[in-house]
Design a protein around this ligand. Structure first.
Ligand SMILES: Nc1ncnc2c1ncn2[C@@H]1O[C@H](COP(=O)(O)OP(=O)(O)OP(=O)(O)O)[C@@H](O)[C@H]1O
Length: 314
């Protein structure tokens, strides 16, 4: 049976409903003692719905890896609870997730096929070895020793090892970290296939904003252990848009709009909701402001990220 057929059969067998794949409920974790205490996670609550590619974003030290390590059972939270498919995280529930949290280690002289066969024998899933090799794009190198693999090939083999366990969701910590441009493209294609061909939920952390914008449906932005923004990528991008105008007398516009407006080299940028644009244009026209050009500027995720993290630091 193909990977997709197996996943569809399983997701039909248990009622997915609106149950989250993973939920963090008021999770806190501090490191160190006394004066050196670092609050890595501070009462963080987050729900990752089934069937999406979900990105965890945040500057260095925001708490992303700590969160994933808690999910994997490598760390214990000080407070709070983690649920996997609606139940408190336990070894049995964690077995439903395929996790690539730390760099995978392999036997250097064994091939990808041998690694997968070894795992599949233990789990009784030998029929999955060939479809998994195909999914991770390692058929051509399947019989070569892993010692000759690039970092990207090893990362993909790590995902392959997780797939042998027939997970319902895949959790990846910085999956494109250290990869060359080809490796990044291959990883991006693999994540797309895991979500859209194999119907798996994918939870990944990254600091590469354009990467997350390309591959994720939803994102959470963390800073200093708290959630500062969450939502569908498309909604976040819409929310943080700006309106740009080229007018004859920018100073009139700037005085009229106060700190909502900011002068740029080539015009005036106005921070308003998209729905407010027609009223703004009408009021400017009524006030005799002559508009030469105007357009809505959709931000990229980097702009959203910078504005949200700056806002949260205030
Ligand atoms: N084992 C540890 N001992 C002490 N402090 C730790 C430990 N692990 C994490 N921290 C601290 O907790 C905070 C959150 O770290 P974490 O690695 O979760 O952040 P991150 O968002 O994954 O950042 P990065 O992208 O740099 O990995 C940081 O201040 C970090 O120094």
């Amino acid at each position: 049976m193909s990977l997709q057929a197996q996943n569809v059969a399983r997701s039909n067998a248990d009622d997915p409903g609106s149950e989250a794949a993973v939920a963090f409920l008021s999770v806190s974790k501090a490191f160190g003692r006394g004066g050196g205490l670092v609050q890595a996670l501070d009462g963080l609550s987050l729900s990752i719905p089934r069937g999406v590619v979900y990105g965890l974003l945040g500057p260095n030290g925001a708490g992303k890896s700590t969160l994933l390590r808690i999910l994997a059972g490598l760390l214990r939270p000080d407070r709070g609870e983690v649920q996997i498919f609606g139940e408190t995280a336990s070894p049995r529930q964690r077995a439903r997730l395929g996790m690539l949290i730390e760099s995978p280690s392999f036997y250097p002289f064994l091939s990808a096929r041998e690694h997968l066969q070894m795992l599949a024998r233990a789990r009784g899933t030998l029929s999955l070895v060939e479809p998994v090799l195909q999914r991770i794009g390692l058929q051509a190198a399947a019989d070569k020793a892993v010692s000759g693999y690039s970092l990207g090939m090893k990362q993909r083999l790590g995902i392959g090892c997780a797939l042998i366990g027939q997970p319902e969701a895949i959790v990846l910590d910085e999956p494109t970290n250290g990869l060359d441009p080809d490796g990044i493209l291959e990883m991006r294609a693999l994540i797309h296939d895991l979500a859209h061909r194999d119907s798996l939920t994918v939870l990944l952390s990254s600091h590469l904003l354009d990467e997350v914008e390309r591959v994720c449906d939803r994102v959470a932005i963390l800073q200093r252990g708290v959630l500062i923004a969450e939502g569908a990528v498309a909604d976040l991008l819409d929310r943080d848009g700006r309106f740009w105008l080229k007018v004859e007398a920018p100073e009139v516009l700037l005085a009229r709009l106060g700190d909502k407006a900011e002068a740029g080299d080539d015009g005036v940028y106005v921070r308003i909701e998209r729905a407010e644009v027609p009223d703004l244009i009408q009021s400017l026209a009524q006030a005799g402001v002559r508009i030469h050009e105007a357009k809505w500027i959709k931000p990229d995720l980097e702009t959203v990220f910078l504005s949200e993290t700056r806002e949260a630091r205030r």
